[in-house]
Design a protein around this ligand. Structure first.
Ligand code: ATP
Ligand code: MG
Length: 190
């Protein structure tokens, strides 16, 4: 599961845990982005986002965090990360990319979707205002490789959490308690 994780919130964690269970995954690997090309300005330092992701996922034995994009200077593309992962994993490993409907839509419209689908299956987590069905029908071979997954924690977003911190609204229960503390300690989003 890739993302800026600025900050990681319960939407991410619920999606990851539901995917682990529905798809019987051995591990969910969280990969915070280095410097995302879609959001070049105003993104918190990679190290802060990496640490918040570690703090939030540490208690779950099936969750792990990768530094592969954080340690990579310059923009990283999801397809390149998937290629690297594929090369590192044993050949018979089933690889599934967990993404919100917004990100899956982007992956399937950007450059060669057939290549992405050859590298990985996709778990598309439903998010408000995104409808993937039309898109999936247009791409040959996508039907069996893109799995829709619904989760209950739909409306939480990093953008909303940041806006809340900026205006002094509470973020308790939207993010893990220790992540909220870390945000306060580092003075993020003020
Ligand atoms: P921002 O508002 O800054 O874009 P975000 O909440 O979308 O933050 P990201 O780090 O951009 O979080 O997203 C990481 C991945 O998690 C993406 O694939 C995104 O679609 C997905 N995601 C984020 N929030 C949710 C949610 N509430 N439900 C389902 N998927 C989510
Ligand atoms: Mg996002």
């Amino acid at each position: 599961m890739g993302g800026t994780f600025d900050p990681i919130h319960h939407g991410h964690l619920v999606a990851a845990e539901e995917a682990r269970w529905q798809f019987r995954l051995d591990q969910v690997l969280f990969i915070p982005t280095g410097r995302p090309w879609q959001k070049p300005v105003g993104v918190s330092p990679a190290e802060d986002r990496y640490l918040m992701t570690v703090i939030a996922t540490a208690p779950n034995p099936a969750f792990a965090v990768s530094r592969m994009e954080v340690d990579n200077p310059g923009p990283t593309y999801t397809v390149d990360t998937l290629r690297r992962l594929r090369a590192e994993l044993p050949e018979d490993t089933r690889l599934l990319f967990i993404g919100g409907a917004d990100v899956v839509q982007q992956l399937l419209t950007w450059k060669e979707p057939e290549q992405v689908l050859a590298l990985t299956e996709l778990i598309a987590v439903t998010r408000p205002e995104f409808d993937l069905d039309g898109l999936v029908q247009q791409i040959p071979g996508a039907a069996g490789r893109v799995h829709r997954m619904e989760i209950p924690a739909l409306a939480i977003s990093g953008r909303d959490v940041r806006a809340r911190v900026a205006r002094g609204a509470p973020i308790g229960y939207l993010v893990p308690e220790d992540v909220a503390r870390y945000i306060e300690k580092r003075g993020l989003y003020r």
